[in-house]
Design a protein around this ligand. Structure first.
Ligand SMILES: *Cc1c(COP(=O)(O)O)cnc(C)c1O
Length: 334
């Protein structure tokens, strides 16, 4: 099982007019910091507030009319994408999530008419429930990252970025299960084999990073994080996103909660953009000096579905409690 540029071109036709053509804009502040053109792919402007609509739509549209419905496990955004796509087709959707998912994501999914099941304290527990539903109710499971249609859908982002800026030398990709990084890598490297793709995760519970180091999928503990959308494992029986990340990722960089907090402030105060923690890790990697762009660089601002109370506290420079950890607030100063 692999995916090729042709699959991504096919996905583009499926999602056209619904989940494509988000803005790709320069950030003057980040360009000054990086010393290179620095551009933001604004997937936070998707109708469901995150890029996951691309892959979910491509996968749901590929199903025959006869299926009883769809299910998935999700840290929130994939579930919202699946719910949106299922509603378009008039299909039943059951979204399984753990207790770590913020309320705002649950509300967004329910508003689209899908059923929400909160099960357990980890993404793995949510995955088990989704699997059970497939067996018990005949629903079709759509993996958030280990599915060829999903990876092809996410890959359309890479096409759009390279078509707008063929001179990009590096793309910084927020990394969790690796569906986004896999799709973007396949698209971008088919167009320019020399482009560098760097995956960015939070420094606690980075499952793909641990798995690549081990040489096979491994489990990691799950922590609360500003980057809640990057939590969860990659699946011990991962067949697609792990090998693709193994082949295509040139590096992985890990950022701290404090670096994520600061990057959220930079994006808001300098570019006036609201984004969740997972969406700003590319900026955090450059702001912290962990990544040094050597040419025009793009990152994907992957989503905006965050708890607004947390957001306003961060912007006001107040301390924020995430799980057992207190992240010290600091008022923004350039
Ligand atoms: C899912 C998600 C990611 C990571 O995508 P993967 O394909 O799981 O690596 C990044 N940012 C946001 C906002 C997400 O919802």
């Amino acid at each position: 099982m692999g995916i090729a540029l042709a699959d991504i071109l096919a996905a583009r036709r499926v999602i056209r007019g619904i989940a494509d053509a988000t803005p790709f804009v320069p950030s003057p502040f980040m360009t000054a910091v990086a010393g290179q053109d620095f551009l933001l792919k604004l997937e936070n402007m998707q109708p469901v507030g995150a890029f996951k609509l691309r892959g979910a739509l491509n996968a749901v549209m590929a199903l025959p009319d006869t299926v009883a419905g769809v299910t998935c496990c999700s840290t929130g955004n994939h579930g919202r994408g699946v719910a949106f796509a299922a509603a378009m087709r008039g299909m039943k959707a059951v979204i399984c999530m753990s207790r770590l998912v913020p309320q705002t994501k649950i509300d967004g999914i329910r508003a689209l008419g899908a059923e929400v099941r909160i099960v357990g304290a980890t993404q793995d527990a949510a995955m088990m429930e989704s699997r059970r539903l497939c067996a018990a109710e005949g629903l079709v499971e759509i993996s958030p990252f280990d599915d060829p249609q999903v990876v092809a859908g996410q890959g359309t982002i890479g096409l759009e970025m390279l078509e707008a800026r063929p001179d990009l030398t590096m793309i910084l990709v927020p990394l969790s299960g690796g569906g986004l990084a896999a799709g973007v890598s396949v698209a971008a490297k088919a167009i320019n084999p020399r482009i560098r793709i760097v995956g960015i995760s939070m420094d606690r519970g980075a499952a793909m990073h641990a798995s690549l180091q081990a040489g096979h999928p491994v489990e990691v503990p799950e922590y609360a994080s500003f980057a809640d959308s990057l939590g969860g494992g990659i699946g011990l029986e991962n067949r697609l996103s792990f090998p693709l990340c193994q082949r295509h990722l040139d590096a992985i960089v890990l950022v701290t909660e404090d670096e994520i907090r600061r990057a959220m402030q930079v994006l808001y105060f300098e570019d006036r953009i609201v984004a969740e923690g997972a969406a700003v890790v590319g900026l955090a990697a450059v702001l912290s000096g962990k990544v040094r762009p050597d040419g025009p660089t793009g990152t994907i601002v992957t989503g905006r579905n965050l708890d607004m109370e947390t957001f306003t506290r961060i912007m006001a420079g107040q301390d924020v409690q995430i799980g057992e950890m207190t992240v010290k607030g600091e008022r923004y100063a350039p």
